[in-house]
Design a protein around this ligand. Sequence first.
Ligand code: EPZ
Length: 420
Amino acid sequence: MDYFKIRGKTPLHGRIPISGAKNAALPILAATLLTDKMSTLLNVPHLNDITTMVELLGALGTDVAIDESMALKVSAAQVNNQRAPYELVKTMRASILVMGPLLARFGRAEVSFPGGCAIGNRPVDLHLKGFEAMGASIDVRDGYIVGSTENRLKGCDFTFDTVTVGGTENLLMAAVLAEGRTVLRNAAREPEINDLIAFLRGMGAEIEGDDTSTLVINGVSKLGANHYSVMPDRIEAGTFLVAAAATRGCVTVENANAEHLGIVLEKLRDAGVKVIVEGNSITADMTEGQLTSIDLITAPYPGFPTDMQAQFTALNVVAHGVGRITETIFENRLMQAHEMSRMGANITVDGHSVIIRGKSNIDGAPVMASDLRASASLVIAGLAANGETHVDRIYHIDRGYERIEEKLQAVGADIVRKSR
Ligand code: EPZ
């Protein structure tokens, strides 16, 4: 099993190119099921989760080819199977995103019930409630969710009890081919949803309400092909900016979109980091001044993203002062705190919050990743610590960060991938 061996205390300096967004590419790949025409996708990141989604599309009968420019050519013309198998779904919960397109185009979908994961139970009840509101019947049989509809899905006026990114994406993809008009209220507003909307519009979908929590979709009878470049990954960009600040370095992330990182950049500034935005480059400069602890509470977009919570926990660990970080989206997303304690961090878990008393020095130690963003936070802590840190179970990090050790090595980090 691979692990990272990190020697800390080297300030990071240089430029890091940002890859396409995992959480935009996944729903956009699922959306290719909505047409029998071939779509071309650019800037798709090379990540394990993307590979899993491509394998899932293949299992359904979709043809996926990668051309010499690394663009994905996807055609769902030959889809002959609407069953997403357990062995694939169990490795990636986002597999549930094929359900909306399959129901919309074929009137049938069988998706293995996605289990919970380290960060929480992560139910899909709102996805299913929405499909039923559109006329689908939903059963659970032998661990599979079986959705079917005799006729075309019907537009509906649906309000989400909780803001859900995946639920919004799934119902959006179901509604674009449904009969009539659908209104989705209390919808998620993450930038990745706007990227999916742009992709669907390019296929001929009729959608209004971008950037708002009310989406209005007029169903059409057929959708066409699209040629689309996936948005940059705001969480990858934010992760590297935090790593620069935690190591007292100066790093510029390229091909990033600062508009997607509004509150994250504000919090970096509150921590004393000099943040400069120039076009699609963002620089975090912590070579001068004092890194100061910050407080934050995670919330749906445009609030502070839960996917950046663990990284800011690592930042607070080596900042000056006391910071309180509260996680409101997932019930079990504070596990990195216990691992950081092993490095000497002064960190206390209080319900859904962590209270961190910053220290100028923490010490490297063997630590274990529990989920994607926790692993990134442990890499940041290792880069900021004295001595050597081993981050184990880094298969978590490979799900969401493309070649992270190479990108960090390019800005001076002493990090290598080793195998046991
Ligand atoms: C997406 O997950 C992201 N994943 C997550 O990123 C991200 O943390 C999350 O949105 C929140 O921003 C992808 O886009 C592939 P939710 P998703 O549905 O859609 C509850 C990463 O690190 N809920 O918005 O699964 C749920 O339990 C990953 O890249 C219901 O109760 O998240 C949670 O408490 C981790 N019923 C809250 O809503 C439902 O039917 C938000 O979940 C659906 C969700």
